[in-house]
Ligand binder design. Structure first.
Ligand code: 0RA
Length: 653
């Protein structure tokens, strides 16, 4: 910065008003610092888009949270004013108004104009800082066309104003306030020339404030959006039970395994550890970790400590209580985390954030501390609540068995794949087209129908995979046994996607997978079995709209060379009514094999004439129930059910 520029800048500075003997080296530093921020805002707040804009608010709120964590503040109010000003009010001590030793400026002005002042002057205590956070209020000031600060302290109200980070008035006493009132208000308007947008998102802010309230037990965060018409939108967050409430929130509609989360809050060697966990009825895992209120999606030492304690304590307990027998293998980390919701929050003096995005906690000492604090709490909770311990361990055991079964099935499929040299199954008559979007595969019941389909198909776009009738015999098959079935493995190989967790939609070789079975009970059964398989092991195929059911005709009505195809009983009734008294030769088709290749093409496979049912999972839960009942042990109700419900599908022309 040149001397001339500096003179210009100070001329707008009401505090100094030009040549002022109190103008010091500190001022030069301040101006140079703020200028750097304005010139390269991205360096300080990441970006000048919507993210960066929201970041300004977090920066100021973080300061107030620090004051709360230090024990001096219990309420923070964030207000979006109708014209886009943001006001952040706290009832902490108020930023000191007296002279700051190092800068010679008031502490207020130091915090608002000296880069990184927030972290440097505090000394001790935990601070919300790390990642992009912690750059300080001075950065917000530099990037705001207006900013005003109000401090209530020792019976007085103080105020100072800024424009683009430069003071436009001195910090001055405005009047009196009650002696017991204290706090800080920072009100600012982000610079519209720097930010691409000034459109704050209510939901983004609201969920961040909710999170902050969970992570700072006992604080009240009020959020008011005065842009909303006709009345302002307002939310108030207060969680007396901290992250325990967070976990209850995560599990709110997941069906919990035990009524109360297991909770621990302990300060050990200057590390504040707060953890809550609760198992739910799902198979998913939700573990949110934080360090100094900053989310750490890449985990780190706190998460590692938590996980290893969870696995080892649950295994120890399972052995002690004989739930795991001598010869049983240990439960794995994945087993004990199935259906787990947890929040792991630590607060430390100097968090080290690592990784490209600074979203992983690096402090090595934290691992052992979290592990030990959590292990003793969890051990104690399990001892005191044997029924809960039992439920958790039963769930982990089920997870372990399911994983083992799936692994065996997968091995089988993979081994088979190796034997076949990962080539396409021999029974597959593939199409010549290589673009999946233009390719279809017919899964056809029985070798004879397969023969007709092969003879009638358009071999450029239509592949045929005949399935042997044997598939029917897996009536009572458990899911893992289903995968041991050769016909099923053949389908997986032909589609090319893999299955389950390994399903890769981009490898799908056909964008129409068409189930073609006979119009009888066995046909319905096979179709149901295939639907079950796809639903369980390739749900995405259904979601993507790639699974179809072919519609072969039930009757033909022939007179001379004229053939009418009737697809449903209703078609048949209608035809009879319309052709009352006429003579037709009727034939009922029970099996696809009864049709010759030309007939099968004409009625069921010709894209110009056919009608396909597209399989849709309207409601995963309903479908799940359907399949579970179909796969149950009782045969009679299943048969009835299949006949009535086998087609959960809608018409696709
Ligand atoms: C004590 C000392 C200092 C600042 C604060 C309290 C303080 C800062 C803020 C920001 C928003 N609300 C606040 N309430 C109190 C001086 C600077 C420091 O030591 O970090």
């Amino acid at each position: 910065m040149t001397t001339t520029e500096r003179a210009d800048a100070t001329a707008t500075n009401g505090r100094n008003g030009g040549a002022d003997p109190s103008y010091t080296a500190a001022d030069i530093q301040v101006l140079e610092g703020l200028e750097a921020v304005r010139r390269r805002p991205g360096m300080y707040i990441g970006s000048t888009d919507s993210r960066g804009l929201h970041h300004l608010i977090y920066e100021i709120v973080d300061n107030a949270i620090d004051e709360a964590m230090a024990g001096f503040c219990d309420t923070i109010t964030i207000e979006i004013e109708a014209d886009g000003h943001i006001a952040v009010t706290d009832n902490g001590r108020g930023i000191p108004v007296d002279k700051h030793e190092k800068t010679g400026l008031s502490a207020v002005e130091t915090v608002l104009t000296v880069l990184h002042a927030g972290g440097k002057f505090g000394g001790g205590g935990y601070k919300v800082s790390g990642g992009l956070h912690g750059v300080g209020a001075s950065v917000v000031n530099a990037l705001s066309e207006e900013l005003e600060v109000e401090v209530r302290q020792k019976g007085a109200l103080w105020r100072q104003t800024y424009e683009n980070g430069v003071a436009t008035s001195k910090l001055a006493k405005q009047g009196k306030v009650p002696k017991d009132e204290s706090g800080t208000v920072i009100r600012f308007l982000p610079n519209a020339e720097i930010f691409e947008t000034l459109d704050y998102d209510y939901d983004t802010l609201s969920s961040r404030f909710r999170e902050m309230a969970y992570l700072t037990k006992g604080i009240r965060i009020r959020f008011i959006d005065c842009r909303a018409e006709p009345v302002p939108k307002e939310m108030s967050y207060f969680f007396d039970s901290g992250v325990e409430a967070f976990v209850r929130h995560i599990n709110r509609d997941k069906g919990t395994l035990h009524p109360d989360p297991i909770y621990v809050l302990e300060d050990r060697d200057g590390v504040m550890v707060e953890i809550a966990l609760q198992y739910n009825g799902t198979y998913g895992e939700v573990v949110n970790s934080f360090a100094n209120c900053i989310k750490t999606p890449d985990g780190g030492t706190h998460l590692t400590g938590f996980r290893s304690a969870l696995t080892s304590v649950l295994n120890d307990h399972a052995r002690k209580s004989k739930i795991l027998k001598e010869n049983d293998a240990n439960l794995s980390g994945d087993d004990v985390r199935e259906g787990l919701s947890a929040v792991v929050s630590v607060k430390i003096g100097e968090p080290q954030f690592e990784g490209q995005t600074k979203t992983r906690l690096g402090n090595p000492e934290v691992k052992g501390i979290v592990q030990s604090v959590f292990a003793s709490k969890l051990g104690q909770a399990l001892e005191e609540n044997p029924q809960i311990a039992r439920k958790i361990l039963d769930k982990a055991l089920t997870a372990s068995r399911a994983r083992e079964a799936a692994r065996k099935a997968r091995d089988l499929v993979q081994r088979k794949g190796v034997l076949e040299g990962s080539t396409l199954p021999g029974k597959l008559s593939d199409c010549s087209e290589r673009d999946p979007e233009l390719s279809e595969i017919y899964l056809v019941e029985g070798d004879s129908a397969g023969g007709s389909a092969k003879g009638g198909r358009d071999r450029r776009t239509q592949a045929i995979l005949p399935l042997r009738g044997k598939i029917i015999n897996v009536e009572k098959a458990r899911l893992d046994k289903m995968l041991a079935h050769e016909e099923i493995r053949t389908i997986i190989t032909a589609l090319g996607t893999g299955f389950g967790e390994d399903y890769d939609a981009s490898k799908l070789r056909y964008h129409k997978v068409i189930i073609m079975t006979d119009a009888d009970v066995d046909g319905a059964h096979i179709r149901t079995l295939l639907l079950t398989f796809f639903y369980r092991f390739m749900p995405q195929l259904i979601e993507d709209g790639y699974l179809f059911i072919a519609q072969p005709p039930l009757y033909s009505a022939t007179r001379g060379k004229n053939v009418n195809w009737l697809y449903t009983e209703a078609d048949y009734e209608k035809f009879m009514a319309e052709h009352d008294g006429e003579r037709f030769n009727f034939q009922r088709y029970k099996g696809l094999g009864e049709m010759n290749p030309e007939q099968l093409w004409e009625t069921t496979m010709d894209p110009e004439n056919r009608s396909l049912l597209q399989v849709q999972v309207h409601d995963a839960e309903v479908a799940n129930d359907l399949f579970t009942r179909l796969m149950g042990d009782e045969v009679a109700p299943r048969r009835a059910f299949i006949m009535n419900n086998a087609l959960q599908a809608t018409i696709d022309a």
